[in-house]
Design a protein around this ligand. Structure first.
Ligand code: UD1
Length: 357
C-alpha cells in the first residue's frame, strides 16, 4: 500500500516517510522542493525513501500527473504548506493559494480515489487560545480579567487566528471537511511547535529554535522578542511522526472527521527555551538579549490539551521538550545553515512593511 505525502521531502515529511516504511507502507512524495526550504533539493529528493514528484499542490494539473505516476495510492497525507507566521502577513496571496487551494486539490484527489485524507493543520487556528480564571467562564482570544491564566487549547475551542497563516489553516480545515463530506475519512492534526533533527536551517522565516541555533553557533546572544515570558509547546518531530503513522493506519469513518492536537501538553517560555538550547550547545553561550519588538501575527501563549488524543488511544509524546531541544541542537550543530543575521533581516523586512510594533 502506498501513502502519498505532499510536502514529503520536508522536515516532517522525511521523518514520517521513514516511519511509514518501517511499519509496512510504501511512500511517494509530491513536493515543490522550494528553494526557501530546501537549500539542496537533490539531497532532499535522495533522502526520501520513495519516488518524488516535483510540483505545486495548488496546481490542478500536477494532481493528474500524480494520478498517472503513483500507482495504487491508498492514503493521502497532506503536509505541503507555507508555514512562516510573520511572512504570511505580507505574502497573503501565496499563503492562501498554497494552504487553502492546495488543501482543496488534495481533498478532491482523496475523494476522486476514495482514499482517506490526513491534513496537517496547526495550533495557529486557535490564535491566542483559551484563558481561564476562578470566577468567569473560559474566554478565547483574550483573558477575561487580570486573574485569568492561559490554558491548553482543546480541539472544540473556537478558531481565533491572528495571523494570515492561522487564517489559511482554519480555512483549509473547513475546505477539507466540506470536500470530504461523508465520502472519505478525514483526519486533521493540529501540531504545536515541531522541533527536531532535520529542521530547516536555511529558512529565516522558520521557527525560533533554528534562530537560536544560528546565534549559538556564532556565540552571539540569543535574541528574544519582548520579555521572553511568551510560551510555546515544543514537540519532538519523532513524536509527531509516530502519531501520524498511527493515524494513517487507523482512519476514522467517513463523515465523522477526527481532529487532534499534537504537542507535549507542557508550556515552555522563550527564556526557558533559550536556557535549554544553551545547555545543549557544545560551546559557552553569550546569554540573552531582549529586543522590544512585537511581530504582527505573533501570539503570547500556546499549549495543547491532549485529553482527546489520549482518549482515542493515539500515542502520547515520548520525549520531553528538553530532550527534543537537545536532539535538535546536537544533530544540527555541524550542518550548514544561514547566518544569524538572516533572522535580523527577516525582522527588518517585517518592520519595513509596518508589521512590527
Ligand atoms: C510556529 C510555526 C508554525 C506552527 C506554529 C504552531 C514557524 C515559522 N512557525 O509558529 O508553522 O504552525 O508554530 O504553534 O516555525 N522569536 C524570538 N526570537 C527569534 C525568533 C522568534 O523571540 O529570533 C519569538 C517570536 O516572536 C514568537 C516566538 O519566538 O513569540 C515563536 O516564534 P516562531 O518560532 O517564529 O513561530 P510561531 O509563531 O510559534
Amino acid at each position: 500500500m502506498t501513502v502519498l505525502l505532499t510536502g514529503g521531502a520536508g522536515f516532517i515529511g522525511q521523518h514520517l516517510a521513514r516511519k511509514l516504511t518501517e511499519v509496512r507502507f510504501d511512500v511517494a512524495a509530491l513536493d515543490l522542493l522550494h528553494p526557501q526550504v530546501h537549500a539542496d533539493p537533490e539531497a532532499a529528493r535522495r533522502a526520501f525513501p520513495g519516488p518524488v514528484l516535483v510540483g505545486d499542490v495548488a496546481d490542478r494539473t500536477i494532481w493528474t500527473t500524480a494520478n498517472a505516476e503513483v500507482r495504487r495510492v491508498e492514503a493521502l497525507v497532506h503536509l505541503a504548506a507555507e508555514t512562516g507566521t510573520g511572512q504570511s502577513m505580507y505574502e497573503v496571496d501565496r499563503y492562501h493559494r498554497v494552504n487553502v487551494d492546495g488543501t482543496r486539490r488534495a481533498a478532491e484527489f482523496a475523494v476522486g480515489h476514495g482514499i482517506p485524507l490526513l491534513v496537517m493543520s496547526s495550533r495557529a487556528v486557535y490564535g491566542e487560545g483559551r484563558y481561564e480564571c476562578r470566577d468567569h467562564r473560559p474566554t478565547f482570544g483574550r483573558p477575561c480579567c487580570d486573574a485569568a491564566t492561559p490554558a491548553p487549547s482543546r480541539e472544540d475551542d473556537p478558531h481565533h487566528p491572528v495571523s494570515v497563516y492561522g487564517e489559511t489553516k482554519s480555512l483549509a480545515e473547513s475546505v477539507a471537511t466540506a470536500v470530504c463530506g461523508d465520502r472519505v475519512p478525514l483526519t486533521v492534526v493540529r501540531p504545536q511547535n515541531v522541533i527536531g533533527p532535520g529542521q530547516a536551517l536555511h529558512n529565516p522565516y522558520t521557527g525560533v529554535l533554528a534562530a537560536f541555533l544560528a546565534m549559538l553557533r556564532e556565540q552571539r546572544p540569543l535574541t528574544i522578542y519582548g520579555d521572553g515570558h511568551q510560551t510555546r509547546d515544543f514537540v519532538h518531530v519523532d513524536d509527531l511522526a509516530a502519531l501520524l503513522t498511527h493515524l494513517v493506519s487507523a482512519p476514522p469513518v467517513p463523515g465523522d472527521p477526527l481532529v487532534l492536537n499534537s504537542g507535549t501538553g507542557v508550556r515552555t517560555s522563550l527564556v526557558e527555551l533559550a536556557g535549554l538550547a544553551g545547555d545543549a550547545a557544545p560551546v559557552p553561550t553569550a546569554g540573552i538579549v531582549h529586543v522590544e519588538v512585537h511581530r504582527a501575527g505573533d501570539i503570547e501563549h500556546a499549549c495543547a490539551d491532549l485529553t482527546r488524543l489520549t482518549s482515542v488511544g493515539a500515542p502520547r509524546p515520548a520525549h520531553s521538550t528538553a530532550q527534543a531541544v537537545h536532539d535538535f541542537v546536537r544533530a544540527s550543530w555541524d550542518r550548514p545553515g544561514v547566518a544569524a543575521s538572516a533572522w535580523d533581516h527577516a525582522l527588518g523586512e517585517l518592520g519595513e512593511r509596518g508589521l512590527t510594533s
